[in-house]
Ligand binder design. Structure first.
Ligand code: OGA
Ligand code: NI
Length: 345
């Protein structure tokens, strides 16, 4: 299957092939909305969580709980990951996508659980319509895998992913407390010392008919927290109060969203939020999503402290995280279709 990058670079490309057109419902075409000035994803100052006074810390924990409950998305600033490292990793992603097609073939992977996999669309072997997207997906923890090209990329990614795990741990401590539990609750319950972490780089080349194409369809993320950055070009839209709204990470920050497993653990208090990526006519967009989940062998169930056999039954049945990922990755990417399978009420 040809990469979307090669297709987009074909000379004289003025329309998109039929297989990239989302024709099912013209009203569903992604609108290229400017980021809505009325919509303010909460911004959380992490320095106050880690170094603040106990009052400041309680305030941030409260903000985190509200953000998870009302938005499923929040921006963190003062996270301690150096901007130079964030920029260098973004450059590495660009360098990877710009390798020649033959070089990239080496990392194609065949199976959804192959630790290094690059390709186009989401699951091109079963999709009827393709997405305007190339990707690189790598399992980076508990074992670190990585392509050996372009040179230097692997070492940068190793450091970056480690730093993100540290930030994720801090944020999950705050989230545990916001649920009324001790700070290391999620850490212990989900075995985060061997947590499963995936590095997902997305390339969205310019598209001659962006209003007919889709970068990534509406979906939720399977893990606990995804950390998103981008190369300064917007394209992410999230569902908020029944509407699609455009959201841009601000420079030197992470846009974090809560995944299906935080919804399961919190027994539905926190909802994983459906989001999508749209494309544009003029610019190449690169986004980098670092997905942080439980350990692969953990069977995640709603926290016992949040259910009560008489009044609040568990809303989801337990499933091993590894099986959940396999389900998501082997099917069409669609809304919250995997989570819907394990709802018990
Ligand atoms: C993802 C994702 C959004 C984007 O990789 O899961 O939702 O803006 N990406 O690329
Ligand atoms: Ni996503």
């Amino acid at each position: 299957m040809i990469s979307i990058k090669s297709l987009a670079e074909s000379p004289e490309l003025t329309s998109i092939p039929a297989s990239y057109t989302f024709t099912s419902n013209p009203n569903e075409y992604p609108a290229l909305l400017p980021a809505d000035p009325e919509v303010n994803v909460p911004i959380i100052d992490l320095a106050l969580l880690t170094f603040g006074t106990s009052d400041q810390r309680s305030k941030v924990i409260n903000e985190l709980g509200n953000a998870c409950e009302n938005w499923g998305f929040f921006i963190v600033t003062n996270h301690g990951v150096p901007e130079s490292l964030m920029d260098a990793v973004m450059d590495g992603c660009r360098g990877f996508f710009y390798l020649c097609e033959d070089d990239k073939l080496e990392f194609k992977g065949d199976h959804v659980m192959d630790p290094i996999r690059c390709g186009t669309s989401f699951n091109a072997s079963i999709e009827k319509e393709f997405y305007w997207r190339d990707f690189l997906k790598v399992f980076v923890h508990p074992q670190f895998h990585f392509p050996n090209k372009p040179s230097g990329f692997s070492n940068l990614a190793l450091e970056y992913c480690k730093r993100i795990r540290e930030v994720a741990k801090d944020v999950l401590e705050g989230i545990s407390e916001s649920l009324g539990m001790e700070s290391n609750y999620i850490n212990k319950a989900l075995n985060l010392d061997s947590n499963f972490q995936i590095f997902i780089a997305n390339l969205y080349p310019p598209c001659p008919q962006p209003e007919l194409a889709m970068g990534l369809p509406p979906h939720s993320d399977h893990g606990l927290l995804t950390f998103l950055t981008q190369n300064g070009i917007g394209g992410l839209q999230i569902q908020h109060n029944g509407k699609w709204v455009s959201v841009n990470p601000i420079p030197n920050s992470f846009l974090i969203n809560t995944g299906d497993h935080l919804e399961i653990l919190s027994n539905g208090k926190f909802k994983s939020v459906v989001h999508r990526a749209i494309v544009n006519r003029n610019s190449t967009r690169i986004s980098l999503a670092i997905a942080n989940g439980p350990s692969l062998d953990t069977v995640v169930t709603p926290a016992a402290e949040l259910v009560d056999s008489h009044n609040i039954p568990p809303a989801y049945i337990g499933i091993k995280y590894k099986e959940y990922i396999q389900l998501q990755q082997s099917n069409n990417l669609k809304d919250k279709s995997v989570l819907d399978r394990i709802r018990s009420i």
